[in-house]
Design a binder for this molecule. Sequence first.
Ligand code: FAD
Length: 299
Amino acid sequence: MEKIYNELIKYLSKDRVLKNEPMCKHTSFKIGGPADIFVKVNTIEELKNTLNIAKTNKIPVTCIGNGTNLLVKDKGIRGITIKLDFKDINVNGEEIEVGSGMQLPILAKTAYSNSLTGLEFASGIPGTVGGAVKMNAGAYGGEFKDIVVETTYLNSEQNLKKIQNKEHKFSYRYSIFDETNDIIISTKLKLKKGNKEFIKSKMEEFSLKRKEKQPINFPNAGSVFKRKNEYIPAEIIDKCGLKGYNIGDAYVSKLHAGFIINKGNATAQDVLNLIEHIKNVVRQNYYINLELEIKVIGE
Ligand SMILES: Cc1cc2nc3c(=O)[nH]c(=O)nc-3n(C[C@H](O)[C@H](O)[C@H](O)COP(=O)(O)OP(=O)(O)OC[C@H]3O[C@@H](n4cnc5c(N)ncnc54)[C@H](O)[C@@H]3O)c2cc1C
């Protein structure tokens, strides 16, 4: 890895190339073993240089945003882990073109400052635009699929491509980016002119609901399982009597049974064992196979 590190610091400042970087520092769960090499890239050129180094040295690449939907396993991530930090933002009438590393709360505030409505739902989602497009993030009746016009991405041949809304194949917490290793660079969103006071009041209302219903005082990664038309995982898990159940420091939240929280020193294995236990109990009681919403990566 030393050779790769030396190649990377030719293109990136040393503070953005970290060796054996604990991933618990970069995930909202505060769990995860070390990434062999962790880099932060700010430009497409830096991204391409990093990908070229990985390709020549035949090592794997993993891309992350804000790590708020991730469970990184305890032995960490081999190869290069890239945190995408593209943060450009351009407002043009009712459209916003925004870099994939932009944090959703900041994006929602920008929309508000410009009297644009349509992003209030995202103001309390702690991820980035890239993670949100890939996951079709949503809350309180809004989803990215409702506002995305087009997305620019880098494909595996390192060509910049664009896709329009329909081509994302959005569905519940899913987009076409789930099927590929393409890297989202930026997205164009279409909002509507709105009333600033009304936008603000909606953001405040959603923020209050989150504080009441979600265990925001403990590290977590949001809803662990996908909601389906037929059932809401949190309700089923609650009915199975699993609220407060724990393995090590990984607990089913008492406030919201769809969340697993880290009460201190939970390992990824604790969380995985807890997930397995929840799935088994739910299967036995309701004949339902819960599907994971969070992404499990690493080894
Ligand atoms: C307290 C809390 C509340 C939450 N509430 C919600 C909610 O209301 N609604 C909701 O939908 N989610 C919610 N989440 C989950 C999470 O915030 C979203 O899924 C978010 O969109 C993930 O973004 P991220 O940047 O953190 O992605 P990460 O967790 O870093 O990555 C998620 C996936 O996206 C990929 N990815 C990230 N960036 C890129 C990119 N630029 N190009 C290609 N792939 C990329 C990663 O490889 C990974 O597969 C919540 C999480 C927490 C901790």
